[in-house]
Design a protein around this ligand. Structure first.
Ligand SMILES: Nc1nc2c(ncn2[C@@H]2O[C@H](COP(=O)(O)OP(=O)(O)OP(=O)(O)O)[C@@H](O)[C@H]2O)c(=O)[nH]1
Ligand SMILES: [Mg+2]
Length: 468
């Protein structure tokens, strides 16, 4: 699987910039650089982790003035001898240096090949390697923090611990079955079932965390619903900080759906403003209303904008039906006007229509706001943060699974452990336990990369960018 030739790539972006970096990794990195570098001394003998001023030359021709970093194996990203040429960041000059490096013996790296080498050389496990790409693609504070935590090994540690425990018990069963005279598995099932249940619940927690993981990575799919003129578009404008949507006092102003990305306390919201929900004969508006309902179905969050200056009507009632099983925040808008609809009434109406027993708790969070005067928005943001991520903005080392591949492996392992429990309950022979334990062990191993085939490794790293 492992090729040990020397590879090179441009590791910085392909646009004109202050500096550009050409990275070389492999056993011949130093021989290659010494053929094209001219400075105070040859780099082959310099100490590791030092920087050297000089020029890159192709024969007599000077290509650029550079700083060259020399890092010797094994204390490098790839685990191999690594040279980084810091040159002036013009696209043409960086390319020319790369071409020269290749001409003197390096091979052009494939996308992700540096990180792949880091993985194959044991510098990091697969979950950490995957975190590298996530760091690069992070779009917000949470995504970055979560990727960094994975990069530092949070997922790896958690999974390794669970695997160790599974392995210990599998080994015990196997040994006992081989040597029944000395090791007894009598009543071992009882003991094992307690442990397996605990491990299953840890896996379950990780699988559940992927919901937050997805939200962190891709943003909260948010749909604003409300009857015409409630102030949905006004709200979108306030949240996005600019006049994104047309606002008028004419009912049915928004007819199509509008999308806007908004960041709130480091969370991304993909907000969709919709046509006001009402029964209408207007063909175009009707399509808009149907679309609004469709989007609401797929949303992670619904913001129901109710109008405090008007009585609850049939359109509101339709919306209340629509949001019954959805994560919803209700904004009681136009609280600056004379209000005829209050929070308590709305709450009790909703509880009644859902048949909820009165127990003092609100049906959905209801917040009084004024989109016009931009009041109540902070309260909304606070509720939002506590609804997602449980209000935890500090990110105290939780492990969030953000990766589909990892999630699927976790599910597979979880099901295997469920089968172990079934076998124990059915009082099956002990070797049945170990078969499913091993399956769980292997599934988890694919997360860290210990039990994974070459094809999959190649596929994972091919998604990386050039030079990483
Ligand atoms: N007084 C007051 N007026 C508001 C408030 N929010 C919105 N409005 C006004 O209400 C009217 C309707 O606002 P829009 O934001 O267009 O309402 P909408 O829900 O998007 O309406 P449609 O697109 O027609 O469904 C406009 O005249 C706004 O200026 C508010 O908080 N207070
Ligand atoms: Mg509108």
């Amino acid at each position: 699987m492992y090729k040990d030739d020397t590879i090179a790539a441009i590791s910085t972006g392909m646009s004109n910039s202050g500096i550009g970096i050409v990275r070389i990794s492999g056993a011949e990195a130093l021989q290659i650089i010494d053929q094209i570098y001219s400075g105070k001394e040859k780099l082959f003998h310099v100490s590791s982790h030092t920087i050297h001023y000089g020029f890159i030359k192709d024969g007599d021709e000077t290509i650029d003035e550079v700083l060259v970093t020399v890092m010797r194996a094994p204390r490098t990203f790839t685990g191999e001898d690594t040279v980084e040429i810091n040159c002036h960041g013009g696209v043409f000059v960086v390319k020319k240096i790369l071409e020269t490096v290749v001409r003197y013996g390096a091979r052009l790296a494939e996308p992700g090949e540096f990180t792949k080498r880091a993985f194959l050389n044991g510098k990091m496990d697969l979950s950490q390697a995957e975190a590298v790409i996530d760091v690069i693609h992070s779009q917000n504070e949470y995504a970055l923090k979560s990727s960094i935590s994975q990069l530092k090994g949070s997922v790896k540690e958690k999974i390794s611990k669970i695997r160790e425990e599974i392995l210990y018990h599998t080994a015990f069963i196997e040994t006992a079955l081989d040597d029944p005279e000395h090791i007894s598995v009598d009543r071992y099932g009882e003991k094992l079932s307690v442990i397996v249940e605990e491990l299953s619940s840890q896996l379950h927690e990780l699988i559940e965390s992927s919901e937050n993981g997805r939200i962190i990575k891709e943003g909260i799919q948010t749909v604003i619903l409300g009857k015409p003129n409630a102030g949905k578009s006004s709200l979108l404008n306030v949240l996005s900080g600019h006049e994104r949507a047309i606002v008028t006092d004419i009912e049915g102003t928004t007819r199509d759906v509008l999308e806007e990305q908004v960041q709130i306390h480091g969370l991304n919201l993909n907000i969709i403003d919709t046509a006001g929900i009402r029964d209408t004969d207007d063909v175009i508006e009707k399509i808009g209303v149907d679309k609004a309902k469709e989007y609401a179905d797929d949303a992670d969050l619904i913001i129901y904008v109710a109008d405090a200056s008007r009585k609850l009507d049939d359109n509101d009632k339709k919306i209340i039906e629509l949001i019954q099983d959805k994560k919803t925040i209700i904004l009681l808008n136009k609280s600056d006007l004379h209000t005829v609809l209050d929070k308590e009434f709305l709450d009790s109406y909703i509880r009644e229509s859902y048949g909820m027993v009165q127990n003092g708790q609100e049906s959905f969070p209801i917040i009084e706001i004024s989109a016009k005067e931009e009041r109540g928005i902070q309260d909304f943001e606070n509720v939002l943060i506590s609804m997602f991520l449980g209000g935890n903005i500090s990110f105290n080392n939780e492990v969030y699974i953000t990766n589909m591949r990892q999630k699927m492996a976790l599910q597979e392992a979880y099901h295997s452990l469920e089968r172990v429990l079934e076998s124990i309950n059915a009082q099956m022979p002990e070797d049945f336990y170990s078969i499913d334990l091993i399956d769980a062990y292997e599934a988890l191993g694919s997360i860290t990369g210990e039990t994974i085939g070459e094809d999959l490794v190649n596929e994972i790293f091919s998604k990386f960018c050039m030079g990483k």
